[in-house]
Design a protein around this ligand. Sequence first.
Ligand code: UDP
Ligand code: MG
Length: 329
Amino acid sequence: MKLSIVVPCYNEEAALPVFLSAVTPIVQSTGLDYEIVFVDDGSRDATVATIVGLSCLYPQVRLVELSRNFGKEAAMTAGFTYATGDAIIPMDCDLQDPPELIPDMIEKWKAGFKVVHAVRRSRHTDTWLKRTTAGAFYRMMEDITDVAIPSNCGDYRLMDRAVVNAILSFPERNRFMKGIMAAAGFKAAQIEYDRPERAAGETKFNFWKLWNFALDGITGFSTVPLRVWTYIGAIVALFSFAYAGWIITKTMVWGVVTPGFATLTSVILFLGGIQLIGIGVLGEYIGRIVAETKRRPLFLVGALHGFEDRNVGPTVVPLETASAARGTL
Ligand code: UDP
Ligand code: MG
């Protein structure tokens, strides 16, 4: 039995040595065969050099170097493609995903669970803004999607090989991993933990990135925002009929009244605004349809390190796509 730890890294040179020295003894204590697959997501600092350097000390280290920054979700998918374990655990490399949970996860996995979620007991280490927006996001997702996306649950989880193969078989470019996991299903268990602060470096997710991430989640797993316009339109039309009726009656009773500029302007602005929002929502979906139909590769590999035993050719492999990579391994 083999365990693969998959670690997406973007400008993480400071966190890497701490990460490896914390994770390695714990993984070793499980007695399983293991590998640690780092995915460099186009870092601009010395992340690659640091990983290659550390691989001399830690022979189980592998590195998939992406050709540029593709984002965390794509980086994780790259890691899953190259990982060969029977169980796979994606982990952040800032030690916010406590490695002490790994033995418990493995215990649950051996007991027959295909997925073991690490669930946050509380979000007290998050800022107030992140806490409230995340809470609102998950509540809304619960209402508008068919799949049950667990809240307070990041990407830290153990997955059986069967689950990883299942999620790799999802063809979409939009890799909202929490949704894909939920859509895949499988028998799941949970472990609670308190999320610590980042060990080193700083967060790579600003407000704008998180906002787009939320939009990916909503558009990827719900069509409610598209369909709701039928009902908004119906309600507005109903109001406008009632209002028209009232104006006609008023005109017939009191005659023609010219003033009405303010009413007219506000009605036009209101309807214009509503229509623009509707078009904007359409745009969000159409933009994603365009991205999906192009079928561009999810990630591109610039180089591989530590895969010499895997029959994937020379250390530096020319650019290749996810599916091509899956074929050779
Ligand atoms: N990450 C990545 N690509 C990106 C952004 C982040 O691979 O474009 C990695 C990052 O190196 C880290 C993990 O994703 O290992 C989580 O990032 P971070 O800790 O900044 O997120 P937070 O914990 O603040 O939500
Ligand atoms: Mg973090």
